[in-house]
Design a protein around this ligand. Structure first.
Ligand code: EPU
Length: 439
């Protein structure tokens, strides 16, 4: 059921909240459980729509699953018998393509409907396809509507990714763990969420290690036992609440946040004059006085995460001076800007690379850099969420703006944030959800 949020803004957020498990680790670990020969138990799984969809997809493939408490799920992969990912799952999440590797290991084939783009960019899967081909997978198209993958046995190889794609790295790692011989993945992604997945695969029986310069080395093995494993905390959620604390001149303790995975974020936060305090079980973020502008760019890990960007963009409307954001991961991440401008923000987009270096989007006509002039008071409004992270930026902007805002598109936010309302209320936010067809 869709609905909207009502948000009363204009007051500082103060208090403490506990961050949930990471969406972008949990989804891949659910997929990886299909490689195991038994019942996998995943703990700290966030209760979000994307997880629910991914679990349903496991069910369609023949696996069974059940929640044993709010954040623990058991997945039994021994009954997987269907290699076709139903078309209804394509477009709604990015996970269908990741199921290819477990399906190839179990059934020797997989079929996935072509995956479309989304509001943050076209999001192709060419790196996945090319990498799988290099591991000996035969890839075909049926009627331009589905990719068919086939391989009796995958063979290790040296793969060099054109770009350190998170999904392609995860897919190829999951393919390589059961391939014959050694696979080397160069120019690979090394996000903490990938380390979480790798840790799980190693516990299951995989031989896998990281070398310098973005290299993963995997020695193929045959036996994968089911394990009990913890999903790491969501560092996107943690940083988003940190941005909220500062933007509303508040003071928020984010329980479960870990400095190691957020170092780049913390550096940028410090540059703008935000304060943080590393505690044994989390990080406290507080406003200590006027915020300064910054020049920053998003990048693959260990750079500033692209998913931290929209809330941070909203925060920079409250910094005194002109800030620059250069987005280098997605072509169209600035979809949130028009709405912020309608609320009073002063933001100008450009196709130029305004960072310290050129990026993949140089001379490509994508508006992927922004100049943000602050401090601008924001006005409340009626907002329509275009994507998950923009959704958080809108709620945050509504919390900055004095007065009441109405925000449509709650379904986008529920894809990636567990109990968002509860967390916001825990830090004193005036936020409510109204079902569209309520009386
Ligand atoms: N790309 C290609 N070809 C490919 C794969 C990727 O051109 O075959 C491009 C993409 O279009 C994009 C860039 O490479 O411009 C990065 O894509 P990547 O593959 O790294 O992203 P992903 O695996 O599809 C995950 C997260 C995203 C997060 C990115 C970057 C999940 C489920 N999604 O996506 O999270 O932004 O990595 O860190 O893990 C979100 O949580 O809101 C979200 C979008």
């Amino acid at each position: 059921m869709s609905g909207y949020y009502t948000v009363g803004g204009g007051r500082p957020l103060n208090g403490s909240l506990k961050v949930s498990g990471a969406k972008n680790a949990a989804l891949k670990m659910i997929v990886a459980s299909l490689i195991a020969d038994g019942v996998t138990t995943l703990r700290n799984v966030p209760n979000i729509t994307d997880v629910e969809i991914t679990l349903k997809l496991c069910g369609e493939l023949g696996a069974t699953y059940r929640w044993t408490d709010d954040t623990t799920v058991e997945i039994d992969a021994r009954t997987v018998n269907n290699h076709v990912i139903p078309v209804k799952y394509s477009g709604s999440t990015r996970t269908p393509i990741l199921f290819v590797s477990p399906l190839l290991h179990r059934l020797g084939k997989a079929e996935v409907a072509t995956i479309g783009g989304c509001s943050i960019g076209p999001r192709p899967i060419n790196y996945h396809i090319e990498g799988l081909k290099q591991l000996g997978v035969h890839v075909d198209m049926t009627g331009k509507t589905a990719y068919c993958f086939q391989a009796d046995r995958l063979k290790g190889n040296i793969i060099s990714l054109e770009y350190p794609s998170v999904g392609a790295t995860e897919n190829l790692i999951m393919a390589a763990v059961a391939a014959e011989g050694r696979t080397v993945i160069q120019n690979a992604a090394i996000e903490p969420e990938i380390l979480n997945l790798v840790g799980m695969l190693q516990a299951m029986g995989a031989i896998i290690y990281q070398d310098v310069n973005r290299v993963w080395i995997i020695e193929g093995t045959k036996k994968f036992r089911a394990v009990e494993y913890d999903v790491m905390y969501d560092r996107i959620e943690a940083a988003s609440f940190a941005a909220c604390a500062l933007a509303t001149k508040g003071d928020v303790f984010v329980e479960g946040a870990i400095q190691r995975d957020m170092a780049t974020f913390l550096d940028v936060l410090r540059k703008i004059g935000g304060s943080f305090d590393i505690k044994p079980h989390g990080i406290r973020f507080s406003y200590e006085g006027e915020l300064k502008p910054v020049n920053m760019e998003t990048d693959v890990h260990p750079g500033f995460m692209t998913d931290w960007h929209p809330p941070f963009g909203a925060l920079l409307t409250q910094a005194n001076g002109i800030s620059v954001i250069h987005e280098t991961v997605y072509e169209s991440r600035f979809g949130y800007v028009e709405t912020l401008v309608s609320m009073g923000a002063r933001i100008q987009l450009t196709t130029d690379c305004l960072g310290s270096r050129e990026c993949r989007f140089t001379n490509k006509n994508y508006k992927h850099s922004a100049l943000i002039a602050g401090v601008t008071p924001l006005r409340p409004g009626t907002l329509h969420i275009p994507d998950l992270r923009a959704g958080f930026a809108y709620i945050m902007s509504a919390l900055i703006a004095e007065g009441e805002s109405r925000i449509y598109g709650t379904e986008f936010v529920k894809r990636g944030y567990s109990d968002l309302i509860g967390k916001f209320r825990a830090i004193g936010a005036d936020i409510d959800e109204v079902e569209e067809n309520a009386d």
